[in-house]
Design a protein around this ligand. Structure first.
Ligand code: PMV
Length: 326
């Protein structure tokens, strides 16, 4: 017997970096998903197999042993082991599982792949042991896994992977879930350059500490822009949304988180008719996003590819985690 769960990736529309200090971040679930198939084992191992990520191996009492691929790749999956154990402890079962991981979400470029895989693991293991886990419980247990890798994550990534839709997250205020009644297509441009969110956040902090009189007002402006942007999104005012994305990219560039590669993709998208384009997530590499009218999407994608980016068209999705028996 086995069970499968899937969960969506995400992009940040507004509020990256400013959310560390003030104001909301607006996250959107996208229709690129991770899938995890869980099945029972006779021993107590958590065996993880991912062809996409190029490794397989198992955790035994928290210790990772590689079967194929690099050891560190498997260790990166410690969150899945922890989430699996948390689900089993919650359900009072003692055993082991095989996890087959597949993902359509590129890794380490700010699109929420680790949260999606962790949420899908939590839900698949829950389903495997007849846990009937609520979405709330899935978000809570997967968060335990995410904490292992990210130290002190906001909880926004695993919430959006669990519930889908639109999420407004603000420190000290919490999460608010929202829905969009019609799809809205975006193009994601991936520089394919991996980066560390932690280093980028640290770099902004150092710049801000050296120049508070200049950087504080920029953060303040980004925080306000993020709320205005959410209102425009909910009204589906795509013209205004595009303007705000362009302005936001300029502000993010001013605090040093864009790169030549990101700028190239952003300008290529605008040249090909995008209403707006900006980097998304921590910057320093990773991805940018572009909003365009339906008839311009193809040209925007072409422009991004010509600028040496990998492009993918995505739609926003209200579909959060799904589970099924196989
Ligand atoms: O690129 P991501 O998805 O890791 O997003 C980082 C968002 C930041 O605001 C830069 C950091 C944070 O913790 O909010």
């Amino acid at each position: 017997m086995s069970a499968e769960a899937t969960a969506p990736g995400k992009m940040i529309l507004f509020g990256e970096h400013s959310v560390v200090y003030r104001g909301p971040a607006i996250l959107l679930a996208v229709d690129r998903r991770a899938s995890v198939v869980a099945s029972k084992r006779d021993d107590k191992r958590v065996y993880i197999d991912s062809e996409d990520l190029g490794f397989s191996g198992y955790f035994d009492n928290g210790e990772y042993t590689a079967v194929t691929g690099k050891v560190w790749r498997g260790r990166n999956m410690a969150a899945l082991e922890v989430a699996t154990r948390k689900v089993m402890a919650h359900l009072g079962v003692d055993g082991g599982v095989n996890l087959k991981v597949r993902s359509m979400i590129p890794i380490a470029v700010g699109l929420g792949s680790s949260a999606a895989v962790c949420v899908a693991t939590t839900a698949a293991v829950g389903e495997l042991f007849d846990g009937n886990l609520s979405k709330e419980k899935i978000a809570e247990l997967s968060f335990e896994g995410e904490k292992v890798i990210h130290g002190n994550p906001s909880g926004a990534d695993n919430s959006i992977a669990t519930y889908g839709g639109i999420m407004r997250y603000e420190r000290g205020v919490g999460l608010k879930r929202l829905k969009l009644d019609k799809p809205l297509p975006f193009v994601i441009g991936n520089t394919r350059k991996k980066r560390s969110t932690r280093n980028m956040v640290e770099g902004v902090k150092e710049l801000k500490d050296r120049n508070p009189e200049v950087v504080d007002p920029i953060i303040y402006t980004m925080a306000g822009l993020s709320q205005t942007g959410l209102d425009a999104l909910l009204r589906r005012d795509t013209g205004k949304l595009g303007d705000l994305m362009n302005i936001n990219h300029g502000l993010l560039t001013s605090i040093g988180v864009s790169t030549q590669e990101l700028d190239d993709l952003v300008y290529a998208a605008r040249r090909e008719g995008a209403l707006g384009a900006k980097l998304t997530g921590a910057g320093g590499g990773g991805c940018m996003i572009a909003l365009a009218e339906e008839e311009h999407l193809g040209m925007v994608e072409k422009g991004i590819r010509a600028a040496r980016g990998y492009s993918m068209r995505v739609n926003l999705t209200d579909e959060g985690v799904t589970t099924r028996r196989l």
